[in-house]
Design a protein around this ligand. Structure first.
Ligand SMILES: [Zn+2]
Ligand SMILES: [Zn+2]
Length: 213
C-alpha cells in the first residue's frame, strides 16, 4: 500500500509569525518569524527561556544540596539524642539505690518505678556539650532537683565531691576541650552503653526496673 500525500492545495494557509502573530510568506523552509526583527526577538526570548530554565535547575540543585546538608545535621543531632538516651539509662542504672546527687534523698521503692529520677549533668549539656557522655559529669538525680533552677549546682557540687572526690570534680570544671561529635563516634557510644547496661543487668536484677524509666 502506498501512502497518499495530502494535496499541496489543502495546506496553503499562510504561516503566522511566532513573535508578532502576523501572517507572512515563507522564504526559507522552517521559517518561523516574519523577518529579521522578529528573528532577533525570538532569539532573545529563547535565550531568556534557556536562562530561566538554567536558573531553575540551579535553584533546585541548591535546594537539594541544602536539604542534604540539613539532613546530615539532623541525623547527627538524632545520633546525639539516641546515644544520650542509652547513656542516661546506664547512669540511672549505675546509680540504682544511691541517694540523689544533690540533696541526698534516698530512693523509695515506689519512686523507682514512678520514674522520678533523671540522669542529671553537673555541667549542663547546653554549656558543656563535650561532657554530655562523661560518667563523672552525670549522676542519678531526682527530677524535681534536676529541673529546678540550674540543677541545684551548688548542692550538686557538694554531693559530687563526696561521690568522686575533689580532684575529679576540678578536672571536670577545668575541662573545656572543644569537641565535635561524629556519627561514627556516637554510634560507638550508643553501642558501648548498651553493652554496659547489659552487663549491669546481668549483675543486678533490680536494674531492670530502673532501665524502664
Ligand atoms: Zn513578526
Ligand atoms: Zn536532689
Amino acid at each position: 500500500m502506498t501512502l497518499k500525500r495530502t494535496p499541496f492545495k489543502r495546506v496553503t494557509k499562510a504561516p503566522k509569525c511566532k513573535v508578532c502573530r502576523v501572517e507572512f510568506a515563507r522564504k526559507l523552509p522552517g521559517q518561523k518569524v516574519c523577518g529579521q526583527h522578529c528573528a532577533m526577538a525570538l532569539a532573545v526570548s529563547t535565550r531568556e527561556k534557556e536562562a530561566r530554565i538554567e536558573a531553575k535547575r540551579f535553584a533546585a540543585a541548591e535546594r537539594a544540596d541544602h536539604i542534604k546538608r540539613r539532613d546530615a545535621l539532623k541525623s547527627l543531632k538524632e545520633w546525639i539524642a539516641e546515644a544520650q538516651v542509652v547513656f542516661n539509662r546506664y547512669i540511672r542504672a549505675r546509680d540504682n539505690g544511691l541517694p540523689c546527687i544533690c540533696c541526698g534523698q534516698l530512693p523509695k521503692s515506689d519512686s523507682i518505678m514512678g520514674g522520678s529520677w533523671d540522669a542529671g549533668h553537673y555541667r549542663s549539656r547546653g554549656s558543656a556539650g563535650h561532657l554530655r557522655f562523661n560518667e563523672d559529669n552525670c549522676h542519678a538525680q531526682l527530677k524535681q532537683c534536676n529541673r529546678y533552677g540550674a540543677g541545684r549546682a551548688v548542692d550538686y557540687r557538694i554531693g559530687l565531691i563526696a561521690r568522686i572526690g575533689l580532684e575529679r570534680v576540678e578536672a571536670l570544671e577545668s575541662n573545656n576541650a572543644v569537641h565535635k561529635w561524629t556519627i561514627a563516634e556516637l554510634q560507638r557510644i550508643k553501642f558501648l552503653y548498651q553493652q554496659k547496661l547489659k552487663a549491669l543487668k546481668a549483675k543486678s536484677p533490680t536494674v531492670t526496673a530502673v532501665e524502664l524509666l
